[in-house]
Design a protein around this ligand. Structure first.
Ligand SMILES: NC(=O)c1ccc[n+]([C@@H]2O[C@H](COP(=O)([O-])OP(=O)(O)OC[C@H]3O[C@@H](n4cnc5c(N)ncnc54)[C@H](O)[C@@H]3O)[C@@H](O)[C@H]2O)c1
Length: 324
């Protein structure tokens, strides 16, 4: 990895205790950066680095004004619940986090003269009518449905970013992140790779909603972290960049791979793949056009789905052992 800056800037990561944020925190700490995490959730994912003197954890919401002592020169703004289960439980909080939280983050970037990277998402494309999706595609999103708080919330994030750049020339990077998976993602939060792995480890059925033909492009978390760091340090500030794998996998194929990888370890043998009704507004296909990321960042994902699943399984098993 060659993206660390020589000066190792002081970095603020909002949402740094979450799945993706905690991997980013560890990557930046190992690159010698001072890291401040601003997160109002559990800090369990940071347990192994909590004693690092270069890490400060502030437990607060991004919807409150940021503490002024932070004064970072880089801000990764990741705070926002990304689990589909949360979309139904706290839609207003998610919208508030997207609007007020992002406004606070952009305000901090403006005042501190810091560069800010916003974690947007492939969800801004909604249920896309074009495939693969280039950054120039404006999306097909339902603003009145169960996923609207997140999908439209993230569109507001991008609109705010555009406004701050236009009015205040804020130094901006926007990552449209496509499905990330890996160690540290809770089995219970409804994201498909970890739900399948957890089910298979416990010999439960793997439940596919819909007919199994819906597809996603999964990227392993270390690839995504590398993409985010490269984007942050790149000179590309014109607009959003897709960060995602181009390899499309159907839900049926994913379930099959998980069962097969577990079987190789003599696990999950009695799991079956079963089908339930499709979920409302769940997009059928998602696939990034990654030409821009390749061109301006020289980035592409490196970890195959099979290897990533093996690593995720190993993490799940180790976490269970530690709880015994
Ligand atoms: N993981 C993915 O596949 C994926 C894909 C696209 C985009 N993203 C984006 O990346 C970011 C991180 O995703 P993740 O998978 O780590 O999500 P996550 O849900 O695991 O973590 C989000 C973190 O944000 C914190 N948070 C939420 N609201 C907050 C608030 N108001 N104030 C402070 N902290 C708050 C949570 O406590 C949590 O620690 C999110 O913005 C998400 O939209 C993730």
């Amino acid at each position: 990895m060659t993206v660390g800056s020589k000066q190792a800037p002081r970095v603020l990561i909002t949402g740094g205790a979450g799945f993706l944020g905690s991997h980013l925190v560890k990557s930046l700490l190992s690159g010698g950066n001072e890291v401040i995490v601003l997160d109002n959730g559990s800090t369990k994912n940071l347990e192994d680095v909590k004693s690092n003197p270069k890490l400060e954890i502030i437990q607060a919401s991004v919807t409150d004004p940021f503490p002024s002592h932070i004064l970072a020169s880089r801000i990764y703004h990741l705070a926002c619940h990304a689990s589909p289960k949360q979309f139904g439980l706290r839609p207003l909080e998610i919208l508030e986090t997207c609007y007020t939280g992002t406004k606070n983050a952009l305000e901090a970037a403006r005042k501190w003269n810091a560069r800010i990277l916003l974690a947007s998402t492939s969800e801004v494309y909604g249920n896309p009518e074009v495939c693969p999706q280039p950054e120039t595609y404006n999306g097909n999103v339902n603003c009145f449905g169960p996923r609207a708080c997140y999908d439209e919330g993230k569109r507001v994030v991008e609109a705010l970013a555009f406004a701050y750049r236009k009015q205040y020339s804020v130094d901006l990077r926007i990552a449209r992140i496509f499905n990330v998976y890996g160690p540290g993602m809770p089995a219970s939060d409804g994201r498909v790779v970890c739900s399948f792995v957890d089910a298979a480890i416990h010999s439960r059925d793997l439940v596919i909603t819909g007919d199994g033909a819906a597809s996603r492009c999964f990227q392993y978390v270390s690839d995504c972290v590398e993409g985010l760091r490269l984007l942050m340090e790149s000179s590309w500030s014109k607009g959003p960049v897709n960060i995602g794998s181009e390899t499309e996998t159907t839900m049926a194929k994913l379930a099959g791979i998980v069962v097969q990888r577990l079987a190789a370890q003599k696990l999950g043998r009695s799991s079956r793949i079963v089908y339930k009704d499709a979920v409302e507004d769940d997009p059928q296909r998602r696939r990034p056009d990654w030409g821009l990321a390749r061109r301006v960042l020289g980035w592409e994902p490196r970890v195959s789905l099979e290897t990533g699943i093996d690593r995720t399984v190993a993490w799940f098993l180790a976490a269970e052992d530690a709880c015994r």
